[in-house]
Design a protein around this ligand. Structure first.
Ligand code: TXA
Ligand code: MG
Length: 325
């Protein structure tokens, strides 16, 4: 594994050119996006894509997101680029939205886990864009962590999780958004949110209509395959607690924990409280980062304050629930 520093714009061009060369030869490159670091490989090269699954220990039934440099490149990967997909792309690309459409014959089976659809995203991070432009090929890239680990928001997190399983880690510093993209099914006339993420349901609804086809949480609902997994999980035990209750009485299950909060400054009984933010976007930007930090300290019990039920907290709520499963 080689770590290439791309934080300094003076080095970035050389680092990106070298990473692009390795990708074109079928290698694995971890690179920063605005959400989390991705583990990239040439999306149309079956053996390169298979290396991603091996490096992550990812089950073959979990499809990958393909990253592209333009809407035109997305169209080439799709058999039916719907008007809905076009509107979503116009509104949110480049940015943290993954659009699921029917795939074209160009997209190999392992990328989509055999599904007839493909998830595509045009990232906005300057290094991700530069890498896509330099490689001039679409890049399959899941989050750059071992399967079921916490998604990485810094190069150090990638190195700790994947080490020599990757050829190059492009270091672009900390990512800004801090949680993964929103995944939206755009195969029909209205949008279906498969994974809540950085782009909120309200933002999506401000440009297209959202489908009532699949009320969330029903067994029959079509879901993103990856959503079944115990994802985003730290190795510590994670418990959730209700802030009002924790303030009223000292909860025995919080004793000795490190607490992560959005509203409380100090959680009774906790050894330490890390207060993130009461703004969901700012909270998201620090959430995985904090879990990585506590994991590296060997903290064994993490207590997370439940967040509000409101729409703006949906993605954070989803990640907190998964971390605590
Ligand atoms: O922000 C992100 O999305 C990051 C960065 C690197 O782009 N990537 C990421 O990838 O989070 P990953 O593999 O960790 O999560 C991809 C999610 C999974 O839940 C997967 O099931 C879903 O996208 N997905 C991919 N293709 C799909 C498809 N054709 N249909 C439904 N869901 C799909
Ligand atoms: Mg992931």
């Amino acid at each position: 594994m080689r770590r290439l520093d791309a934080t300094d714009p003076a080095n970035a061009a050389n680092a990106v050119a070298e990473a692009a060369r390795v990708l074109r030869e079928g290698g694995l490159v971890a690179f920063p996006t605005e959400t989390v670091y991705g583990l990239g490989a040439a999306a149309l090269d079956i053996s390169a894509v298979e290396r991603i699954f091996v490096a992550k220990g990812r089950p073959s039934w979990n499809p990958l997101i393909v990253h592209v440099a333009s809407i035109d490149a997305a169209r080439e990967l799709s058999a039916d680029w719907t008007p809905l997909a076009e509107r979503l792309a116009q509104a949110f690309w480049p940015g943290p939205l993954t659009i699921v459409v029917r795939r074209s014959a160009a997209v190999p089976d392992p990328v989509t886990a055999g599904l007839d659809t493909v998830g595509i995203r045009m990232p906005s991070h300057r290094i991700a864009s530069a890498l896509l432009a330099a490689a001039a090929i679409p890049l399959a890239a899941p989050s750059a962590n071992r399967s079921t680990g916490i998604s990485p928001t810094r190069a150090e997190h990638v190195i700790r999780s994947l080490g020599d399983r990757v050829d190059i880690v492009l270091d672009g510093g900390a990512t800004a958004v801090g949680i993964e993209s929103t995944v939206v099914d755009a195969t029909a006339e209205s949008a279906l949110v498969l994974r809540p993420g950085a782009v909120t349901r309200d933002q999506i609804e401000s440009v297209v209509s959202i489908s009532a086809r699949a009320p969330r949480g029903t067994d029959s609902a079509p879901t993103s395959p990856g959503q079944m997994e115990r994802h985003y999980a730290p190795s510590a035990t994670v418990v959730l607690f209700n802030p009002e209750q924790a303030e009223r009485e000292s909860l025995p299950e919080l004793a000795g924990s490190v607490a992560i909060t959005h509203s409380l400054d100090q959680v009774p009984g906790a050894a330490r409280t890390v207060r993130l933010s009461d703004d969901p976007a700012l909270y998201a930007a620090r959430f995985y980062e904090t879990l990585h930090q506590l994991e590296s300290e060997g903290v064994s019990l993490i207590a997370i304050e439940q967040v509000p039920e409101s729409a703006g907290w949906e993605a954070v709520r989803d990640r907190i629930t998964r971390a605590s499963r």
